[in-house]
Design a protein around this ligand. Structure first.
Ligand SMILES: [Zn+2]
Ligand SMILES: [Zn+2]
Length: 973
């Protein structure tokens, strides 16, 4: 649309020539109004017929003007039968040929061509007209035929054919004709040749040829012509050489409106949007100074979409006012672009007013307005407008309409409407359009209706990479990773190569399935095809390795990325946090800060999660301070993460403070505070909050109930717990999941109701997992119930035969009942399988740094000091009753060796280190990856007494708050 104004000069361009050698030509193109006073050269030959000529030509002109070309032809025939060489016959034929070109009447044109061949075969001027007539009718083969038949070819004839090729997009033919022309010594291309050739260069996107033509234009001296310059600007722009286009623009001696429109178009099409507006403003400054330089429709429809793309509604409104002043705002194309601009800038109401005001809307108007509603997700607006459009007689729904409607149907809720529009598209055969079919495939996938997506896909004739991508991506995103990979193999079999979107989906699929090897293969493909610098691919690969717990590889990709975006940092920080590498998460967060990227909610939430994991209170406070400064603390996710962090660091008061300050509490905020009290065993407080939540009109969800059940469990509120499990289903209609049952089973077991617990496990709708069996087994050990314990252990070892912890539990059960033979058997079995107990690991944060201790770890510089500290402590606590309890040591060792092993448990190391490095009275916060053992629990209780310290140990089950020789867990965990 815009490019029309930069197309080669109009058909009759050579009327601007006044070549003295071609006298006849002047007469051919005399303006209509001057026909009454014709030039004199025709009368030189036949003076006698002079008076007869005038009315004849006038009548002919009249027929041509009114489109009666047949009558005109008959008149010409009757005239020439009377006198074969009547004086104005060339003039008459030329007039008629022009009329045929205008009205694209090729049949009449052919008859005229026959006349020219018969009687004027040497008249190159008439042959030129014939060539032009055919090209206007779109028949370049005929043009070429007439051209080839001419005996004498002049530049005008060449230009006519060249122009025909260029207008009909036969760019290669244009270029070869130009080569032909250059080989003729006697003809030199002129300012009418160049625009056509330059356009052809743009058409075949051959910038090198374009540059050569540019150089030739300079040499021939036609560069100063505005048409040539305009064509060069457009050519460079089309080829993406913005700088060259600008250079031509700036050096052009004479610019016209088309020049300005062209350069704006170049900027806009190449995405240099700001510059486009700049040029427009520069042009406006010249409006009053340069004649004819008044923005027109083409200017408006170039600049308004730029405002839309920039989201610059203020500039858009200025343009709107300007268009109004110029009197072009009523033009359909301008109105359409204004509607588009307003809706893209989020001013849908304003767009609608303009849309409604316009009479004679075309399909583009409707599509634009529908697209506006669709992007806003205004489902009702879209379908109301669509129905209205279908009632319109003059416009017909087309492929673009369907494509614009689809974004409104991209959720499961809209599946029915999607099917409706699909049926409509099918009936109107829009689905044969590849874009439409692909859009349906991905729309169905987004509505989680993969069967429908696949059916549309299978019905497609020409499947492209995009079609496959829609289906593969749909499966990967909906969690059908295996199917996505299978589809990929089918795609390769069909001979298509993947692109970056296919690769992205494959990586996602591998990440979901945690298929590290498969993912590495895709990574290899990425490297072989040079896609590793693509940010989207890079981030996908990072996520893959993070999901597969291969942090080293994830880190490598992260550090190789040259420009790390916000998303990139977020993925890495969250990844470290999820993989229980809190120290790395902090380091990365700090690097992010120092690299000048401003962390947003996701990064802050991620790093707070890392703090929670290891109870790193001081770091958590630092991040809290940062969140306050960065005005992120109001964000719900950040708020929840803060409440959770303080809770997991054992500071419920702080959690409560933050919670109290939240003005509008949503479910998530309630859930996290309830769960916080729950893990600390403050059952009554948790239940209180749960009631309050309901009173304030918040509806508890499955997470709320989990928190409440955890609270009941840790506080031993069995009756209440069972009541809430029932309430959850009966009152709120929430189906309990495995984790809810696990909680209740553990609660029943803890209180010694082992039979009830077992019954619940057997009645559960879902298959119990190993976690449930192991908690039940642990209860059996505590209550010495060998019968149920053996039954439970069988189930547990079936599910998880390779986990050392399970054998430890069983062995402890036997040991507690004095069945030493069985104990030996269990240990023998472990040995046979080659199992070792998971390495214990504890964390403690001191001075904002997190220290990690592995069992028997001697790697820390201070390890000797730490051991000395513990030995001293042990002496002190022995005096008040500590006796090593070696029942948890599995290895077949001498008693002395076992006692030595107990000393190296990681929580003891962490506590010793903490006592060494903190001031008197400081609370110690330790985190442990496994369940704390009996010996450590006993020892730490006594340590809290002799050192007068609060010691908080969070193991993988719960909180132990040791104080003055007692623990808040009541020795049950
Ligand atoms: Zn221990
Ligand atoms: Zn405890």
């Amino acid at each position: 649309m815009v490019m029309a104004s930069v197309a080669p000069p109009p058909l009759s361009f050579y009327h601007r020539h006044k070549p003295s050698t071609h006298l006849q030509r002047t007469s051919l193109t005399v303006p209509k109004s001057s026909l009454s006073s014709p030039t004199t050269h025709t009368s030189q030959i036949h003076n006698l017929s002079h008076t007869k000529t005038q009315p004849f030509l006038q009548r002919l002109q009249h027929f041509c003007d009114s489109g009666k070309l047949n009558e005109a032809l008959n008149l010409l025939h009757s005239h020439s039968q009377n006198d074969a060489f009547f004086p104005s016959s060339e003039q008459a034929i030329a007039l008629l040929l022009q009329a045929c070109a205008q009205r694209k009447d090729i049949e009449t044109g052919r008859k005229l061509h026959a006349m020219v061949s018969a009687k004027h075969a040497n008249d190159v001027v008439l042959i030129t007209r014939v060539v032009t007539m055919y090209s206007a009718c779109g028949s370049l083969v005929d043009s070429r035929g007439a051209f080839d038949a001419a005996r004498d070819k002049d530049l005008f004839l060449y230009n006519a054919l060249l122009s025909g090729y260029a207008r009909n997009a036969l760019f290669r033919d244009a270029i070869s004709l130009f080569h032909e022309l250059l080989s003729l010594a006697e003809l030199v291309p002129d300012k009418f040749t160049f625009p056509c050739v330059v356009k052809a260069c743009a058409g075949v996107a051959d910038v090198e040829l374009g540059e050569a033509v540019h150089a030739l234009a300079l040499k021939v001296g036609v560069f100063s012509d505005a048409f040539v310059g305009n064509a060069l600007v457009a050519m460079y722009g089309k080829c993406g050489f913005v700088e060259s286009a600008v250079k031509v623009f700036e050096t052009m001696p004479k610019r016209n409106l088309v020049t300005w429109n062209s350069i704006m178009c170049v900027y806009s099409e190449n995405g240099v949007l700001g510059e486009c507006c700049g040029v427009f403003k520069r042009m406006l400054m010249l409006v009053s100074k340069e004649e004819g330089l008044v923005p027109d429709v083409a200017t408006m429809v170039t600049v308004i979409p730029v405002c839309a793309a920039l989201g610059d509604v203020r500039m858009g409104m200025v343009l709107h006012g300007f268009a109004f002043k110029l009197g072009v705002s009523e033009e359909l194309t301008v109105n359409n672009s204004l509607v588009d601009m307003y809706s893209k800038c989020g001013y849908l109401d304003k767009a609608r007013v303009l849309f409604d005001m316009k009479d004679g809307k075309n399909v583009v108007s409707w599509n634009t307005m529908i697209g506006g509603y669709s992007k806003e997700g205004d489902f009702r607006g879209v379908f109301e407008l669509l129905r209205e459009m279908q009632r319109e007689e003059k416009v017909k729904v087309n492929e673009v309409t369907v494509l614009n409607v689809l974004p409104a149907c991209l959720e499961e809720l809209r599946l029915l409407s999607l099917k409706e529009i699909h049926g409509y598209a099918f009936r109107h055969r829009f689905q044969s359009d590849e874009l439409v079919a692909n859009a349906f495939v991905s729309a169905y996938a987004k509505c989680s209706s993969l069967d429908c997506a696949e059916r549309v896909f299978c019905g497609m004739k020409g499947k492209t990479v995009s079609s496959w991508n829609a289906l593969i991506g749909g499966h990967a995103q909906n969690g059908f990773a295996k199917k996505a990979l299978d589809l990929y193999l089918l795609m390769r079999d069909s001979g298509l190569d993947p692109d970056r979107f296919t690769i992205g989906s494959l990586i996602l699929a591998c990440a979901r399935l945690k298929l590290l090897r498969c993912g590495k293969e895709v990574h290899g493909f990425v490297l072989r095809n040079g896609l590793e610098l693509d940010e989207f691919i890079g981030i996908s690969l990072m996520s893959l390795y993070i999901q597969c717990r291969s942090m080293l590889l994830g880190k490598l990709i992260f550090y190789k990325m040259e420009e790390k975006s916000l998303v990139c940092w977020n993925v890495m920080i969250t990844g470290f946090s999820q993989n229980e590498l809190p120290c790395e998460a902090f380091d990365t967060f700090r690097q992010m800060l120092s690299s000048g990227i401003k962390p947003q909610e996701i990064a802050v939430t991620g790093v707070l999660g890392a703090c929670s994991q290891v109870s790193a209170l001081r770091l958590g406070k630092e991040v809290h301070a940062f969140a306050l400064k960065a005005h992120l603390s109001e964000d719900t996710f950040v708020t929840c993460a803060l409440i959770d962090m303080y809770a997991k660091c054992g500071c419920m008061e702080q959690s409560q403070n933050i919670f109290d300050r939240v003005n509008e509490k949503d479910e998530a905020v309630w859930n996290v505070i309830i769960a916080g009290y729950g893990i600390h065993g403050h059952g009554v407080k948790a239940i209180e909050l749960f009631e309050l939540m309901q009173n304030e009109g918040c509806r508890p969800d499955s997470f709320t109930f989990l928190g409440v059940l955890i609270a009941c469990n840790h506080a031993g509120l069995v009756t209440e717990g069972l009541e809430y499990l029932g309430q959850m289903q009966n009152l709120y209609g929430i189906k309990p999941k495995l984790e809810h049952y696990a909680c209740v089973v553990d609660m029943l077991g803890r209180s010694g109701q082992l039979n009830e617990a077992l019954r619940l496990v057997n009645e559960m709708p879902d298959e119990p997992d190993s976690g449930i069996w192991s908690s039940l087994l642990s209860s059996c050990r505590n209550y010495g119930d060998l019968k149920i314990g053996e039954e439970v252990s069988k189930k547990l070892l079936e599910l998880e035969p390779n986990k050392a912890e399970n054998y430890v539990l069983l062995s402890n059960l036997y040991a507690g009942s004095g069945k030493w033979d069985e104990v030996r058997k269990v240990r023998q079995r472990m040995k046979e399988i080659g199992l070792h107990k998971d390495a214990g690991c504890s964390w403690i944060e001191i001075g904002g740094k997190v220290y990690r201790f592995l069992v028997s770890d001697g790697s820390l510089l201070e390890s000797k000091k730490i051991q000395q500290t513990w030995t001293k402590l042990e002496k002190k606590i022995s005096k008040i009753g500590y006796k090593p309890d070696t029942s948890c040591v599995l290895h077949e060792l001498e008693e002395q060796e076992k006692i030595k092993l107990l000393k190296s448990h990681s929580e003891k190391l962490a506590i010793s280190f903490g006592l060494l490095n903190t001031a008197k009275g400081t609370t110690l916060r330790v985190c442990k990856n496994l369940r704390i053992c009996v010996d450590c629990h006993n020892a730490i209780k006594l340590v809290s007494k002799v050192t007068e310290r609060d010691i908080i140990v969070r193991d993988n089950k719960r909180f132990h708050n040791f104080k003055n020789g007692l623990c808040t867990c009541g020795d049950y965990w």
